[in-house]
Write a protein that binds this ligand. Structure first.
Ligand code: PHB
Length: 391
């Protein structure tokens, strides 16, 4: 009897040792509904990283990804699912988060749960200031929008109207453009903030025409929203009326280009990643991510935020030997530099946000009739100017 009990205890101990070796990463994103393609890109980037870096093993540890679906910006649901991931699933890392309100909602949980958060998309500058346990591998709209103000001035534009979705990243994009354009000597003649749920853009296009601006600078979160907005620009005769379109690259994500078609050719955007980026790292990434997503035409920027987010998580796991120590994990990647599919990047040791090149791109057409974002200029090693603005 005694022998049986001892062997039962040994079996239980062995079991728990085996489970302790599996490190769980909880990923929250839009995996169903209108923004499902963006979540699908998170998964493609994660799968591509795992497939090309040890097939789910880091040393002796197994990696398991646990996905949770928040279809649209919904902070209460995001928080509840993150709590469930931490408490019931025992995840050691939280990652993903497409929309700013969803990321913001989980920041109060991190310290108590001893869990780092790796933001793979949400792009409002202030997110990172909400906890010392946050790292961001995507971009901020300050970071991607400020260079566009310089491009506008360089191209002889002096009067611009801004149109943004009325929430964190939209307000940041508007401020980034206004501040930078003003410093360059330009004037923002009017600023429109639209509710996030707006889907009829014709009245806005009329206001843009009536404003007398030479260009419209716009930000909306990528998805059906941006597709509808750019289509409305194309279909309301703004180009013909002499109003240029300027935006961060969220507005011309590659997966939307076939639906936007010829009228989008020539649209200028500034962004951290183009699927067409010409480098060996990006070729390897596009190959792996295309395999993961199934249809390469669906590839878009959230895949690279997720791929690089996994790189950071792998380095954190290596540095902590798989033990749960969130602060040690975060400290280990401060200053980490590597060659991303987007170009050279570094986690800024002070801000914990990614420093990266921002590229000016133009929507162009290949000879075979497919569309792409063509990189035509590089703003090197851009940090996040928005952090200075929120401090
Ligand atoms: C955000 O909510 O932070 C967000 C979402 C989609 C984008 C950019 C920012 O394309």
């Amino acid at each position: 009897m005694k022998k049986i009990i001892i062997s039962m205890v040994a079996a239980i101990t062995m079991c728990s040792a085996a489970t302790a070796d599996t490190i769980k990463i909880g990923v929250v994103g839009p995996f169903s509904g209108p923004f499902a393609l963006q979540g699908k890109n998170f998964k493609a980037g994660i799968d591509a990283y795992i497939a090309t870096h040890g097939a789910g093993k880091i040393g002796d540890n197994d990696i398991e990804i646990v996905y949770r679906d928040v279809p649209q910006a919904d902070p209460a649901q995001s928080k509840a699912l993150a709590q469930e991931l931490v408490v019931k699933e025992g995840v050691q890392y939280l990652a993903g988060f497409y929309f700013t309100p969803d990321a913001m909602a989980v920041t109060p949980l991190l310290e108590q749960a001893n869990v780092p958060l790796v933001v793979m998309n949400a792009a409002t500058s202030a997110i990172i200031t909400k906890s010392p346990l946050i790292i961001r591998t995507s971009f901020t709209t300050w970071q991607t929008s400020a260079p566009m103000a310089k491009v506008a001035k360089e191209r002889g534009i002096s009067k611009v109207i801004t149109v943004v979705s009325d929430y964190g990243p939209g307000v940041d994009a508007e401020n980034a453009f206004k501040t930078t354009f003003g410093a360059e000597g330009g004037t923002v003649v009017e600023s429109i903030r639209m509710p996030l749920a707006t889907n009829d853009f014709s009245p806005i296009m009329q206001r843009v025409k009536d404003s007398g601006a030479e260009a419209v600078f716009a930000f909306l979160p990528s998805g059906p929203t941006t597709l509808g907005f750019v289509k409305a620009y194309n279909e309301n005769g703004l180009k013909q009326a002499g109003v240029q379109f300027l935006a961060p690259g969220d507005l011309t994500q590659e997966s939307d280009l076939p639906a936007l078609g010829d009228p989008a050719v020539g649209i200028l955007t500034t962004f951290h990643y183009a699927v067409s980026h010409d480098s060996a790292e990006n070729k390897a990434f596009v190959q792996a991510a295309s395999k993961a997503i199934g249809n390469p035409a669906e590839l878009s920027f959230p895949s690279v935020g997720a791929y690089d987010g996994m790189h950071v998580i792998y380095k954190m796991i290596e540095a902590t030997g798989g033990t749960q120590d969130a602060q040690k994990a975060v400290d280990a990647v401060k200053g980490l530099a590597w060659e991303s599919p987007r170009g050279p990047v570094q986690i800024d040791a002070q801000t914990r946000h990614i420093t990266q090149n921002i590229y000016l791109r133009e929507v162009a057409k290949h000879e075979d009739g497919t569309f792409y974002n063509k990189e035509i200029k590089t703003f090197e090693k851009q940090g996040d100017p928005g952090l200075a603005a929120v401090k």
